[in-house]
Ligand binder design. Structure first.
Ligand SMILES: Cc1ncc(COP(=O)(O)O)c(C=O)c1O
Length: 363
């Protein structure tokens, strides 16, 4: 059986180093913040091409705290693509603001700039573009739109660690970038974790206060109402072990993607993901009009798949009021997307196995 994802196999690959890193945290007295978190923050800021990195408890918190630190709150609207994980838009609700869900581009599956422009209204205060499946959202056009209307931009980089666009690291276009270290991410820990990266020192200071009860210095005086949302020291130590392997892991994902492109037959209805050299393939998501029957056929052949994401966010009751209008591209993708195995530790045989199974799939 080839599973769709198996984070334990990545941990097993680097197990000896991870054990030593965890032992070092256990043997110290800084279980909350402290050196393990600070040294990961320094290393991750450098990898992300940002001046500052603030470790937080999850990717959802990273978006919510990033928006709050930029002043987003009640009465504000935030433009979010409807094809993403629910956490992207729930982070907006956590700030007391309202998500405004817009459609995505059928080719890139990322936010449609024209749809975002059409959704700007008097209460719009921010945009949260998502680099879905590791594919870059159209940042230059979005930054131009944001600049015209004075909007804040928090890039959702939960699926794009290490990706770039036109030679510039993703996450460096907006005012802040939010990362998730959920176990299956390109850089993932063994629990929840997240980070916000930014080039703005004042924003970073606000984020450090917000994640830790609003304390803004060693005197531990609380000036604003903050949260308990800190990256765990053990997770930070594990992430420091895995970070130097991120680029090699992304390169392996690119290779597996290229092998899928070479192996998969031009079968009726099958469409491959966009071919962008800088994509880091958090997922290799094909589309097929008979997605569920194809998933069952692949499962019978011993190949695990997953659906990211169905339904579109506007179809979740929690976002019932949030759609900017009909979202036909999101609806069509929600019915047809299917993520094939791409994690390097499990997908070595996957392209040829999927191709063989597709050969016996009767349309
Ligand atoms: C695109 C996207 N945004 C936000 C999140 C939320 O991250 P977390 O699960 O760490 O809260 C995730 C992943 O889980 C995600 O894939």
């Amino acid at each position: 059986m080839i599973p769709q994802a198996a984070p334990a196999r990545r941990i097993a690959r680097f197990r000896a180093e991870i054990d030593a890193a965890v032992a070092s945290v256990l043997g110290g007295d800084s279980y909350i913040l402290g050196e393990a978190v600070e040294s990961f923050e320094r290393a991750f800021a450098e990898e992300a091409g940002a001046a500052h990195c603030v470790g937080v408890a999850s990717g959802t918190d990273a978006i919510a705290l990033g928006l709050r630190a930029l002043g987003i709150g009640p009465g504000d609207e935030v433009i979010v693509p409807a094809m993403t994980f629910v956490g992207t838009a729930q982070a907006v609700l956590h700030c007391g603001a309202l998500p405004r869900l817009v459609d995505v581009d059928p080719a890139t599956r990322c936010i449609d700039v024209a749809a975002a422009a059409a959704a700007v209204g008097p209460h719009t205060a921010a945009i949260v573009p998502v680099h879905l499946f590791g594919h870059p959202a159209p940042m230059p056009a979005l930054m131009e739109l944001a600049g015209r209307h004075g909007l804040a931009v928090v890039e959702d980089c939960a699926q794009s660690h290490g990706a770039s666009l036109d030679g510039r690291p993703l996450g460096g276009f907006g005012h802040a970038a939010a990362y998730s270290f959920y176990p299956t991410k390109n850089l993932g820990c063994v629990g929840d974790g997240g980070a916000v990266a930014t080039n703005d020192a004042r924003l970073a200071a606000r984020l450090r206060a917000l994640r830790n009860y609003g304390f803004d210095g060693p005197e531990r005086i609380s000036r604003v109402c903050g949260f308990n949302s800190r990256l765990d020291a053990i997770q930070a130590a594990i992430l420091s072990v895995l970070l130097p392997h991120l680029r090699a892991g992304n390169a392996e994902r690119l290779e597996i993607a290229a092998r899928y492109r070479a192996a998969l037959p031009a079968a009726a209805g099958l469409a491959l993901p966009p071919d962008h050299g800088a994509c880091v393939y958090h997922q290799f998501a094909i589309t097929h009009p008979e997605r569920d029957r194809l998933a069952a056929h692949l499962a019978a052949a011993g190949i695990g798949t997953a659906v990211h994401y169905t339904p579109g966010l506007h179809r979740h009751p929690v976002f019932a009021e949030a759609a900017s209008g009909p979202l036909p591209v999101t609806d069509a993708l929600a019915d047809t997307l299917l993520s094939l195995p791409i994690q390097p530790e499990i997908a070595a045989e996957a392209p040829e196995a999927v191709a063989a199974a597709l050969g016996t799939f009767s349309a």
